[in-house]
Design a protein around this ligand. Structure first.
Ligand code: PGA
Length: 252
């Protein structure tokens, strides 16, 4: 049985005080929700304050990126071990904004994925096509390549620990959302691909989230699709009210 996950990707928003406030508010509003995992991913600088804000609650802490080495001369980087010591349970990897703005490749994502699992963090691996790739019917080809690259060398026991977020790039922060049918089709494709890379039993264990302009107005429909196990929410996770509504739509 897959436990649904709703994760908030706060991106480069919220200073320490604002992040504490939002974390504390969500703790209060969502304390009754125990049937799914709620993950808050603030910027690195606010991880500690959000950890304090949600202490003793059912909410999980996640980071938005990490380096694949444990330590070293990598100015500006943060390791998986450092995230663990701050109380993180999850880490977003290979987000399209990292791929587009910071040159992150499938190889880098693969190294990060392996390290996250070795250290005990649950990786949320992001995959998804750009608009021109969808328009030229390359969605499956692109997603397949991202999956093969990211899972390269991962054993079954590691692969089943990965959470995947299908995030069509054209739907991120644009207000455009994939229709529930479009999203579910890709989710099914991802699960089939995992079945081929490993076996169906492993594929069935992997949570596949949808991301890209998820908001209270569309979350109900998206989250009721059979292959959509949850959501990775950007903009709408920055307000307690909209994030709470999205979480509750997975309960109904
Ligand atoms: P969005 O972002 O909900 O603002 O589109 C989603 C994401 O980038 O994870």
């Amino acid at each position: 049985m897959r436990i649904p996950i709703i994760a908030g990707n706060w991106k480069m928003y919220k200073n320490e005080a604002e992040a504490f406030e939002l974390g504390a508010e969500l703790k209060k509003r969502l304390e009754d929700v125990v049937s799914l995992k709620i993950v808050l991913c603030p910027p690195f600088t606010a991880l500690f304050s959000v950890k304090k804000a949600i202490e003793g609650s059912n909410l999980f802490l996640g980071a938005q990126n990490m380096h694949w080495e444990d330590q070293g001369a990598y100015t500006g980087e943060i390791s998986a071990k450092m995230l663990m010591s701050l109380g993180c349970s999850f880490v977003i990897l290979g987000h399209s904004e990292r791929r587009i703005h910071f040159g992150e490749t499938n190889e880098m994502t693969n190294k990060k994925l392996k390290k996250a699992i070795e250290i005990g963090l649950s990786p949320i691996l992001c995959v998804g096509e750009k608009l021109e790739q969808r328009e030229t019917e390359k969605t499956e080809e692109v997603v397949e390549k991202q999956l093969e690259g990211a899972f390269e060398g991962l054993k079954e026991i590691e692969a089943e620990k990965v959470v995947i977020a299908y995030e069509p790039v054209w739907a991120i922060g644009t207000g455009k959302t994939a229709t529930p049918k479009q999203a579910n089709e890709v989710h099914r494709f991802i699960r089939e691909k995992l079945g081929l890379l490993y076996k169906d039993e492993i594929a069935e264990k992997v949570n596949i989230l949808y991301g890209g302009s998820v908001k209270p107005e569309n979350s109900n429909e998206l989250l009721s699709e059979p292959d959509i196990d949850g959501a990775l929410v950007g903009g709408a996770s920055l307000k307690a009210d909209s994030f709470e509504k999205i979480v509750r739509s997975k309960l109904s």
